[in-house]
Design a protein around this ligand. Sequence first.
Ligand code: ATP
Ligand code: MG
Length: 396
Amino acid sequence: MKEVILIKFGELSLKGLNRSSFESVLVKNVRQAVKPLGEFEIKKSQSTMTVAPKDCSNMDSYAEAISRVFGIAALSRACVCPKDIDIICPTAAEYLQEQLEEVSTFKVETKRADKAFPLKSPEVSAQVGEYILDHFPHLTVDVHNPDVIVHVEIRDSSAYIHGRPLQGAGGLPVGTGGRAAIMISGGIDSPVAAWMMAKRGIELTAVHFASPPYTSERAERKVIDLLGKVADWAGVIKLFVVPFTEMQEAIRDKCPEELFTVIMRRYMIRIAQRIAESQGALALISGESLGQVASQTLSALCRTDSVAEMPVLRPLIGMDKEEIIRISRKIDTFELSILPFEDCCTVFTPKHPRTRPTAELIEEGEAPLKADGLDERLMDEAARNAVRHWIAPNRG
Ligand code: ATP
Ligand code: MG
């Protein structure tokens, strides 16, 4: 039996004038997602796309890859057959045999995109329904709350038959929302933040601060692996690993210990911003969640935001840890995130951090670093010496 994946677009069907450009981005993203699986053909008509693999023996891999493409509401494996009611009826019964045997009620829903087809939709549904009742005597029809809906779509070239659809990833196609730079650590939160913004159509660049020898190569590897999981949904991601040791040592040597954390975070923002700008990113993304730890109080966020010249998107800001963990399990980053490697944020942490430093106090604390343009030099060097990696989806 010839099978295809039928794809129903999500929110983008609401987007009016932008619709056609959204659709072409979605087609491109689906193409990228299934390319490693073999040869295929993609067709688009109305708000449906079909992906027809040449070899139908690994339809599940196709469905799985497509279920991670944002902008898709639902997808189904569907069987393709000629537009002839005498073929449609037995094909539907055979193709959906397993699903029909497991349940006790069903109904048939027909969509007729090809208005030249001689039977009207209700007539197709009635004939297919009758055929199924004849061949599965345990079944009854329930039009209100059926266990299974047998879908028949009569389109221009063929008829398509499918049963239960799979849920799509939702959201908007990556690439329709501009670019932003995710500040990625090896923790639980930032990969989830990256995924959430990709879901809203944002293309990602990633920035990670590493402080060797205080942080290890394994910690860096972990970040690369985490981004590989995110790339399964977000597409290829360019990562900048910024050498942050000298900056951190300078802060340790020149600034008051109690302000170390807030000053370090301000320099992270400043450097990330330079890289973001160089990549055409319009915003930064961070994994902060209000009140989660002492450095994520509203007043601490104000102190870091005040050095940002672009918006800092914080998609987790109002979420509980439980909710964040649920997403990290869904996107398969949780087990990696909890591996216990050090992050530059835990290097030189003060014994008694100042919980609510004023803006003036911080400015004063930063002053010795700014003397002779030392901080500018260090920031330039850090951004210039950042090591680039292209992170491809790992699909596994
Ligand atoms: P995460 O789980 O994402 O590490 P966290 O709860 O541990 O977050 P912090 O360590 O305070 O919180 O970091 C807050 C945010 O700062 C992170 O979500 C991330 O966006 C950014 N961040 C922290 N460490 C780094 C790093 N080494 N490189 C880049 N960004 C970082
Ligand atoms: Mg962390």
